[in-house]
Design a protein around this ligand. Sequence first.
Ligand SMILES: Nc1ncnc2c1ncn2[C@@H]1O[C@H](COP(=O)(O)OP(=O)(O)O)[C@@H](O)[C@H]1O
Ligand SMILES: [Mg+2]
Length: 414
Amino acid sequence: MRDGSGPTVLMISPSFPADTVYFTRALSEVGATVIGVGDQSVGELHPDAAGALTGYLRLDDLWNEDHTVDRVADWLAFHRASVDRVECLWEPGVVLAAKLRARLGLGGITVDQAHVFRDKDSMKQVLDSAGVRTPHHYRATTRDGVREAAATIGYPVVVKPIAGAGSADTYTAGGDEELERVLDSVAHVDEVSVEEYIEGEEFTYDTICAGGRILFENVCWYRPKPLVTRLNPWISQTAVCLRDLERGPVAAGVALGRRVLEVLRFDTGFTHMEWFATPSGEAVFGEIGARSPGGRLPHGMNYSADIDIFAGWAEAVCHGTLSQDVTKGYNAALVFKRAVGDGSHITAIDGLDRLLAEYGEYMPVVDLVRPGEPRRDWRQVVTGDGWMVVRHPNLGMTLTMADRLASEVRVVAG
Ligand SMILES: Nc1ncnc2c1ncn2[C@@H]1O[C@H](COP(=O)(O)OP(=O)(O)O)[C@@H](O)[C@H]1O
Ligand SMILES: [Mg+2]
């Protein structure tokens, strides 16, 4: 499909995190000319990303945004190169991408919009004024500010960084005493969001849009909530990309998600929203990012619909269309394993053979850290000590299989 007739796309950090490689390659496969800017050396780029790029600017201090904008503009001028789009699928680069667009005079998410997508309090303020249900929330920079916010909101509350990721430094407090402990734990965080704790199940609402139209929708059910997984190392997180988006609380979440995109005037690219379904069936906004989800969720989407979502995104961004049939035939559950035991290396994988014999035909991915290899740090990599995918048209069957993989497969360290 590469015919050189597509746009020229500047991709920020084109080879990191890992899934970005697929997105970068897809851009070139749909006919784009792709150039990259990142802080990895050329030698560190994944060969598939490197192979898709026609140019690459390495900057050690990529996150010094204003400096990076100057350097990129100079570099493009020197090469007499022009760019049609700037893309970034990684949360820390969303504002940088917007600043580059502003400098280069390009369409796409503006700096003001990017700040709203990055800042957990601003995004809720904008949504509040449009009547969208969000958790009651305040921003705070001092211990007293947090105490005051908690007193106004009422316990239980959540305290989390205003621009965090991966549930890092995120805590709940059920009363004054617990809040004091939380304050100690987040002392190093400059600014926090203090929020009403929303009881219920947690889901995503993810889309690919072009020109303000939604071309693809996905809802993924986190089991359990990411915060619970973060605070309990023994838990194997599962995330299920649902086949049916039209029933019960899921339909309410989809309606909420569509409204959020409309209010935030999202135009083109990937979005990743999180929301809560309360026991009464209400959908409550959690947060939204102007990027693809991490945690291998794009792969889950692929297995739920037998599609190539990376190519789908690239086509939407470059040509404004998504021509694949995105009908979901399956519920696709991702199961992430964390090694048990105190050892530094994996010594055994228990229980897998039995489940493979039973469910192998429904398991397109089994990618666990092998015995003899070092164990991974699940705080750094969502996949932890490996991941598996199990899929089935029937949700009950999918959950049964996923739960057994989560509880019966044991990756042992030491
Ligand atoms: N207001 C809230 N009510 C209930 N749980 C929350 C709330 N805010 C955050 N959480 C929990 O903490 C997790 C991390 O918070 P989130 O806002 O998604 O930040 P991150 O950027 O770290 O993903 C969420 O996935 C959810 O499990
Ligand atoms: Mg989140």
